[in-house]
Design a protein around this ligand. Sequence first.
Ligand SMILES: Cc1cc2nc3c(=O)[nH]c(=O)nc-3n(C[C@H](O)[C@H](O)[C@H](O)COP(=O)(O)OP(=O)(O)OC[C@H]3O[C@@H](n4cnc5c(N)ncnc54)[C@H](O)[C@@H]3O)c2cc1C
Length: 490
Amino acid sequence: MYCIVASDVRKINKMTDKRTLVWFRNDLRIHDHQPLMEAMKKSECIVPVFCIDPRWQETTSLGTLKVGFHRYQFLLESLSDLKHTLKKIGGDLLIKTGKPEAIIPQLCLDYGVQSVYAFKEVASEEVKIGDQLESNLWKHKIPLNLYLGNTLYNKEDLPFPIKDIPDVFSNFRKRTERDSFVREVVESPKKIRIPNNLEKTIVPKICELGFNEKNSKTRSSFFAGGESAGLKRMHEYFWEKDLLKDYKNTRNGLLGDDYSSKFSPWLSFGCLSPRKVYWEIKKYEKERIENDSTYWLVFELLWRDYFRFMFKKYGNALFREDGIKKVKRTNISANENELFKKWKEGKTGIPFIDANMLELKNTGFMSNRGRQNVASFLINDLHVTWTKGAAWFEENLIDYNPASNWGNWAYLAGVGNDPKEERYFNVIKQAYDYDAKGDYVKHWFPELKNLPKQYIHQPWIMKDAEQEAYDVILGENYPAPIVKLKSLSY
Ligand SMILES: Cc1cc2nc3c(=O)[nH]c(=O)nc-3n(C[C@H](O)[C@H](O)[C@H](O)COP(=O)(O)OP(=O)(O)OC[C@H]3O[C@@H](n4cnc5c(N)ncnc54)[C@H](O)[C@@H]3O)c2cc1C
C-alpha cells in the first residue's frame, strides 16, 4: 500500500502547475509589461529572471567599454528595486550571471517551465541573442514568446509596415499622429506566484563587476535606478513641481535637475514605459493645462519611437560608419586618435565642449543641447570618425540605448536616413545662445570663474596680460584650443 505524504503532494502539484519564465531585459518594471501579463494569463506560476551578461564587460572594436560605471550602477539599483517590487506581490527576481541563451533553457529544465515570455529588442546583438535562445529552447520544445514593445505606438498600429516607415522623421510623425493611436497601459499584477523552491539570489555589488565602489559615493542620487524612482520622478516633474507646462521653453537648458524631464535613463532601462508617460501627460492636460509644452514632450517621445522603428527597418546599417546612405567621409584628420582622446577627456580648450564632456564622465548624463554640440564638434570641427564618439557615449551614457544613440549620431553625421547632408552646430554661437553668462561652463571649470562674458567661451582671444589678470593661463591651468574656431564678438 502506498502512502502519499504532504511533501510528495507538494512535489506533484509543483510539477503539474503550468509554469512560464519571464525574462526581464530592458523592461525593469511591472507596470505596462505585456509579456509579464500574458505569462500570468497562461500560467499559475512564474519564474522571473534577469541575466547579467558577461559580454557587457567586453571592450568594443573601437576600444570602449560596452557598459561603463554609471550605467552599471543604474542597472544594479533597478534590479534591486524590481526584486523588491516583485517580493511585495509574492514574487522574487532570480538574478543569474551568464549568457541568457545558455542560462534560460537550463532554468526551464530545472523549474519545469513550459514557455518563455520577454520583450523583443531591435538592435542586432540583442536580436541575435533572442534568436539563439529561441533555437536553444526549441530543442526542448519550449516556445519563446516575444513582444515588440517599449514604444509609444505599437508596431501593429502604425499606418505602415516597418519596411515602409518614412525615412524622414516629420513624415513618420505626421502620418502616425493622424492615423494611429496610443494603447492603454497594461495593468500591473497585484499578486504573483513563483515556485517555492526558487533559488534565492542577490544583486551583485558594483565592485564584483570590476568597478571601483568609491565612485558610487560621489554619484548624484538624482538618477537612482528603478521603477519606483522613475515613477517618483514623473510625479515630481508633472504634479509636484508642475514643470511640464513650461517644458518647451526650458528643454534646451544645461544646468540643474529640472530644465527637461530627465526621464531618459528610466525609459532606456524600461523602468518607465513611454505609454505610462503619455497617459500621465493626457491626465495633466485634463487636470492642469494643455499647451505647446505638453504636446512637445509627446513629440520627443515620438523621436524615440522613430529611432527604434528605424533600427527595426535598417538593422546593423545604423552602426556602420557609412550608415544607411553608404556615405564615406573623406576628410578624417590624420591625428584623429589624439583629437578623440582630448575630446573624451574634456581637454579640447573649448570650454563649452569640455564642460559637457566632463559632465558626461562625472554623471553619465548630458543635455540634448550638449549632445548635439559635442557630436557636431567631433564630426565637423575635429573631423574624427563619428562612430568613435557614438561608442564613447555608449560606454558612458546612463540612458544609453542603441537606437537613440546610434540613430542620433548617424543623423548628425549625415549618414542616417534623413536626406540632409550633415548638421553643423557653430559651437561658439551655441555656447553664447544657451549659456550666455557662462554659468554652465563655470560650474564644471571653477578655474574659469573670473572670465568676463566676452572670453568665457573663447578664452584664446585674451591677450597675455588679460590671462594673468583673470588667472587663466592657456596651456597651464586650462588647455589651449586644439582647433581654430571662428571667434565671435560679444
Ligand atoms: C548624439 C546624441 C546621442 C543621444 N543618445 C541617446 C541615448 O543613448 N539614449 C537616449 O535616451 N537619448 C539619447 N539622445 C536623445 C536626447 O539627447 C536624450 O533623450 C535627452 O537628452 C534625455 O533627456 P530628457 O529625458 O530630459 O529629455 P526630454 O527633453 O525631457 O525628452 C523626453 C524623452 O524623449 C526622448 N527623446 C528626446 N529627444 C530625443 C531624441 N533626439 N532622440 C530620441 N529620443 C529622444 C527621450 O526618451 C527623453 O527622455 C541622444 C541625442 C544625441 C544628439
